[in-house]
Write a protein that binds this ligand. Sequence first.
Ligand code: FAD
Length: 187
Amino acid sequence: MWISLEAADDGAAEFQPGHVLGLGLKTNDSTLMRHAYTVSRGEPSARRFEHLYRVISGGRMSPLLAQLSTADTVFFHGPFHTPIEQEIQTDAEHILLISTGAGIGPLFGYVEKALREGEARPVSLYAGFREESHTCLRAELDALAGRHQRQSRLIKSRATGRREHVVQLQYFQRRSLGEQRADHKRR
Ligand SMILES: Cc1cc2nc3c(=O)[nH]c(=O)nc-3n(C[C@H](O)[C@H](O)[C@H](O)COP(=O)(O)OP(=O)(O)OC[C@H]3O[C@@H](n4cnc5c(N)ncnc54)[C@H](O)[C@@H]3O)c2cc1C
């Protein structure tokens, strides 16, 4: 599930995919329950940020996050860790991203931002899920590929792994300038 938050104080809220925040909820006895959640999308100018999270059945915090309403308050502190874009080496020729489970959130947010800002290198995203019911963001990835149709292609395949694991692979590659030129000449 997604949770979208807007900072309501005067502090900086310049968060990017890959930053980790401590989110806190006041419990009935007024203590603060806190867990770490990774930023999937950030919109610094609007002071907004989004997290993708998995609801753990019987978990202490994630089921409470899923019950929140628009006017509810969530406390946050951070950021910790480094945004994904700062982890990519400047001389890398190909960007390869691998996630499991809800970890696809920040990688999706990174690819979305990178393509919007004109990233020219090929980007491949592989996402694995333990069970098919855990698979998420299919529509969002399809929409992203649709928006970058001329420069990208989205190839999806599914492999059933050993034991009970089902792995969904999604391969997202921005086409190189050479490929685009060759394609243009062919038309
Ligand atoms: C650096 C960091 C970043 C994180 N970012 C995210 C994020 O972006 N999105 C997100 O959904 N979570 C993220 N997490 C995990 C998150 O902090 C919580 O641990 C998670 O939401 C479970 O909290 P809970 O209170 O609902 O469950 P808990 O009450 O803490 O756990 C209940 C039971 O579920 C088990 N459990 C906990 N997590 C899982 C799981 N993923 N799969 C299966 N069993 C589990 C526990 O071992 C325990 O037995 C991150 C954790 C860290 C350390």
